[in-house]
Design a protein. Structure first.
Length: 411
């Protein structure tokens, strides 16, 4: 190593460590938020807070679906595509704001105040999820890693915890939905402070493959949210908020266990996009990045799997609320381990422009997952968690083989 390369190496390591610290802090806040939410609000109100968030994220999926496309466009300096996508996101956000506001006003005037609060919280959550996620994606791809992760990773879980006692003091009967709305509004307000000069130079031009690409990303996001958030809404309707709370804990365990994998894909996605751009893709470099993501992912996944299988009662004691989590955590351990072993195959395929193949895999996984839930006759949180695992496992396995088939090597 030459001395001239040393400053760049230090900056690179510093960026990784800083981003990892933010991710770890965000994961800790997320775990604390789940525990305090169940303990302070009770299982039913915490379940309603999850319902409000889930509904908002489902509404926001046409915006959040564009995250990877924004990263690919900005990282490869495709200004026309980046601006094309941002304009679509802003247009949809305006539609959500208008429809949501009119619905809340109509419900309030008709005397359905509790439902108005729930819809209002979902609307603000949708706007926050869509607009902040898009802005963060552009910041990450342009090298502004702080703005590219802190709003959703640190601010949202922190203000959610602060919103619980405020909502309880102001409106105990709708504290769950109100807490979600307050946290989403605070996160949305951060947009006023985020940098505006992160998109590459270039005007909005003709992007010939835009309809197919946008459609594929919408389908991927719709299916993923259908499993993660849509299942929460179905569970709420058929089994009640308490079962939603148990399912949410299982989902949060997956997210926390895979935070290493999420961090790896977050940090290296722009580098993967850049390596795959151009007439000759740097597949060896991509394979090296994939190995890094897989190692980081296993560092968080393996301890979580051991905890889920060997000490589920410890998780139950920490969460509280009288939730029976043992069977759910046993099921959860499977997708956690498979996702970590599978690595960043999905990111590699998307950054290589193979989003339609990913969309086909996701759609097939959803059909199998919903079919298993329907035909099994199971009810409650265990049914939803099992169905979720049935979707997650084939997605990860199929994408590894698809990447090998389409790009010509294992990653």
């Amino acid at each position: 190593m030459t001395l001239g390369r040393l400053p760049g190496l230090i900056r690179g390591r510093q960026a990784v460590l800083t981003s990892a610290t933010v991710r770890v802090g965000g994961a800790a806040l997320l775990a604390i938020g789940v525990v305090l939410g169940v303990r302070w609000l009770g299982a039913e109100q915490f379940g309603l807070s999850v319902v409000a968030l889930a509904a908002g994220q489902l509404v926001a999926f046409p915006m959040t679906a564009m995250e990877r496309l924004v990263i690919r466009a900005v990282a490869t300096h495709d200004g026309a595509r980046a601006r094309h996508v941002v304009r679509r996101v802003l247009g949809y956000a305006a539609l959500v704001a208008v429809v949501g506001s009119l619905t809340v006003v109509g419900l309030a005037l008709s005397g359905k105040g509790d439902l108005a609060v729930l819809i209002g919280a979902a609307t603000v959550s949708a706007l926050s999820a869509g607009l902040v996620t898009t802005a963060q994606a552009a910041c990450r791809a342009s090298g502004r890693l702080g703005w590219g992760q802190m709003p959703n990773e640190l601010l949202r879980p922190a203000v959610t915890i602060l919103a619980y006692p405020v909502a309880l003091a102001v409106a105990p009967g709708v504290s769950g939905a109100l807490a979600t709305g307050l946290a989403s509004a605070a996160t949305l307000a951060v947009l006023l402070l985020m940098p505006r000069d992160v998109l590459p130079a270039g005007e909005v031009g003709l992007v010939t493959d835009a309809p197919a690409a946008l459609g594929a990303f919408l389908l991927i996001s719709a299916v993923a949210l259908g499993v993660e958030r849509g299942y929460s809404l179905v569970l709420s309707a058929v089994s009640g908020p308490a079962e939603v709370a148990a399912f949410t804990v299982a989902l949060r365990v997956i997210q926390l266990a895979n935070f290493g994998q999420a961090f790896g894909t977050f940090f290296y996605s722009p580098a993967v996009a850049a390596a795959l751009a151009g007439p000759e893709a740097e597949l060896n470099r991509v394979a090296g990045l994939a190995r890094r993501v897989r190692v980081v992912g296993l560092l968080s996944a393996l301890p979580a799997v051991v905890l889920c299988l060997a000490a589920p009662s410890l998780v139950e004691a920490v969460v509280g609320g009288g939730l029976d989590l043992g069977p759910l955590l046993a099921v959860v351990s499977i997708p956690v381990l498979v996702a970590a072993l599978g690595g960043p195959a999905q990111v590699i395929m998307i950054m290589a422009g193979q989003e339609r193949a990913v969309a086909a895999i996701y759609l097939l996984g959803l059909v199998v997952s919903a079919g298993v839930w329907w035909l099994s006759g199971m009810v409650g949180a265990l049914a939803a968690t099992t169905a979720m695992a049935v979707a997650f496992v084939p997605w990860n396995v199929a994408q590894v083989f698809a990447a090998r088939l389409l790009l010509g090597r294992w990653f």
